[in-house]
Design a protein around this ligand. Structure first.
Ligand SMILES: [Zn+2]
Length: 236
């Protein structure tokens, strides 16, 4: 499989909240997009891993993904060890993404920052010819960090105004997490509250580039610009 973009995240529904709009927009432009969840959320208060995976497949349809998979690594205790790095590197060699989206490398949840670190190191390993005898080397061209929950200045913001509602529909495919279940009702906000929160965050980033809804990303390297006259986003 040759994917143009692969998003890698720790838990099912992370991608829907952080970079789902950009994935939908790329799919609408004709790119082949995919999502790889490292865990099935087996430590979650609500839902079973089987339910979460089934819901993630439903969400994948809303996001127009060509491929979605789950590594079934241990939730809430994700480790960046050699076993995890190797299995992820082999997956990256199979999927051959040109662009990989990872969670930003600092976060409250240990799984999130570990996924960022693990993803980066697996992308590096995936490019080594002698990694294994069975798969072809492949190194992604670009790594983007989804920074929506990090308090950092984005390197760039993707306009997802036309994709925001589709992204919300993808998120609400996780009925075990966002439905009106009794279990953990005090812990889990209701649908309107989630809509308001995610809407406010997307509006905040959209506002920075003069559009309605946006998704922020960080890259470690500089961004090349060829036409400084045609640069979007007003300065004053
Ligand atoms: Zn998560």
């Amino acid at each position: 499989m040759n994917l143009d973009v692969l998003a890698i995240a720790a838990h099912p529904d992370d991608i829907e909240q952080t970079c789902g709009g950009a994935l939908i927009r790329m799919a609408e432009m004709g790119y082949r997009t995919g999502a790889l969840d490292l865990t099935a959320g087996d430590m979650g208060t609500r839902g079973t891993p089987e339910q979460r995976v089934a819901e993630s497949e439903e969400a994948a349809r809303h996001m127009l993904l060509k491929w979605r998979g789950n590594m079934h690594m241990p939730d809430a205790r994700l480790q960046n060890d050699i076993g995890a790095r190797m299995s992820l590197a082999v997956k990256i060699r199979e999927l051959k993404p040109r662009v990989v989206i990872l969670p930003y490398w600092q976060a409250r949840h240990p799984d999130h920052y570990r996924c960022g670190e693990l993803g980066y190191e697996a992308c590096f390993l995936a490019g080594l010819k002698k990694l294994d005898e069975y798969s072809e080397p492949h190194r992604p061209q670009k790594i983007l960090y989804s920074s929506v929950y990090a308090d950092v200045k984005p390197s760039f913001i993707v306009d997802i105004s036309a994709q925001f509602e589709k992204r919300m529909n993808a998120l609400f495919a996780y009925t075990s997490q966002f439905g009106a279940a009794e279990e953990g009702a005090g812990l889990f906000p209701n649908e309107q509250e989630i809509r308001d929160r995610l809407g406010a965050i997307a509006r905040f980033y959209g506002n920075q580039i003069g559009v309605r809804y946006g998704e922020p990303f960080v890259v470690k390297e500089a961004i090349q610009v060829d036409d400084i006259v045609a640069m979007p986003v007003k300065s004053i």
